[in-house]
Ligand binder design. Structure first.
Ligand code: PLP
Length: 342
């Protein structure tokens, strides 16, 4: 195999053209076979429900080259299930788990030369999306759907990599409401939060930290990742109806238990900001990103030494990435090897 001519060790988290993406259509009650194409554009009816009524959901997962050269996915089954949950909530056609797996395997094989080599610190990001594609002008769910999966080789989400970031609590803008779709991975939630994220960046922060929309008192999550804090040997992460259930967070809760930490998933009040020893963000893109400080109503709460990840965060990061890279045993069966031939 000839590897793509890229500086894999210094990749940004950005889109890059690869050799192929894969597309399946749901029409007349059935999914098509799936077609690999090098076309980066899609042709949609201008009255498609995804363009007007927000029937658009996506997923994000990574595949990794192991030390033995084989490629593995991380918790692909959970991403498939979450896409199904998202679809049901927006009255879209759920993608069967087997079809999801087949799509990921086929598109990764077709882009083998773009999978970053083991040891580069980069990985292949897989972005499945599901779109309502039939023409409706009245408000109703689409009859047809496009399921598309593309890939792109990526480096760290935050420029600094495993370096602490600074967050600011957002009080004006809500990303999602308790009865809304904050727990759905849909583009609309990101559109709702763009002003907040860009506002935070303008002020020199990496991201915002959202509070619950009802009381503005409990921590929800960051713009694109879940939140946790460490205090008294306890891993604390918010439970809320308006946050996206992160698969990274689910995994790290298990790793925290394995390390002997207590795990609390409960409403976390902003009043606790001053009591945390460590804090971090969790997501496929963010992996575990240490949080250096959180600014709330003009006070900056700093966790540990500036510029340094705390000991618990560092250990969690090591354990998680060792499984993802195929360096450590995978006691929970989170990884799956992508067969070389389909
Ligand atoms: C995708 C996403 C996350 C992270 O979920 P993972 O499954 O860990 O990648 C967190 N918050 C939001 C809003 C997301 O869209």
């Amino acid at each position: 195999m000839e590897r793509a001519d890229l500086d894999f060790a210094h990749l940004p988290f950005a889109y890059r053209k690869t050799d192929a993406n894969i597309r399946y259509w749901f029409r007349d009650g059935a999914w098509t076979e799936g077609e690999l194409t090098s076309d980066e554009t899609i042709t949609l009816h201008m009255a498609s429900t995804c363009l007007h009524y927000g029937q658009e959901i996506f997923e994000g997962l990574k595949v990794f080259e192991r030390p033995d050269g084989r490629i593995q996915t991380f918790r692909l089954d959970e991403n498939a299930k979450r896409l199904q949950r998202s679809a049901r909530k927006l009255l879209m056609e759920p993608v069967p788990e087997d079809l999801f797996r087949e799509a990921v395997h086929r598109v990764v094989r077709a882009n083998r030369r773009f999978v970053p080599p083991y040891g580069s610190g980069a990985s292949l990001y897989v972005r499945p999306l599901l779109l309502g594609a039939s023409a409706e002008v009245g408000v109703k769910p689409s009859q047809e759907y496009l399921f598309l999966v593309f890939v792109t080789p990526v480096g760290p989400y935050y420029k600094a990599g495993f370096e602490p970031v600074r967050l600011i609590v957002e009080e004006e803008i809500d990303r999602a409401a308790p009865g809304g779709v904050g727990d759905v991975k849909c583009g609309g939630n990101y559109a709702a939060g763009l002003r907040a994220t860009m506002g935070a960046k303008d002020k020199g922060y990496s991201e915002v930290l959202y509070l619950d929309a009802r009381e503005k008192r409990y921590i929800d999550e960051s713009g694109s990742s879940n939140f946790y804090a460490i205090r008294d040997n306890t891993y604390i992460t918010p439970s809320s109806p308006s946050i996206l259930p992160s698969i990274t967070n689910m995994s790290v809760r298990q790793l925290a238990r394995d390390m002997g930490l207590a795990v609390e998933q409960r409403p976390v009040s902003v009043d606790e900001l001053g009591t945390f020893e460590e804090a971090g963000c969790l997501g496929t893109a963010a992996v575990i990103t240490p949080v250096e400080s959180i600014t709330y109503r003009g006070t900056e709460y700093v966790y540990g030494k500036r510029g340094e990840a705390g000991p618990v965060t560092t250990e969690l990061y090591k354990r998680l990435t060792a499984i993802q890279w195929g360096e450590a045993e995978d006691p929970y069966g989170w990884t799956e090897i992508i067969p070389e031939e389909g």
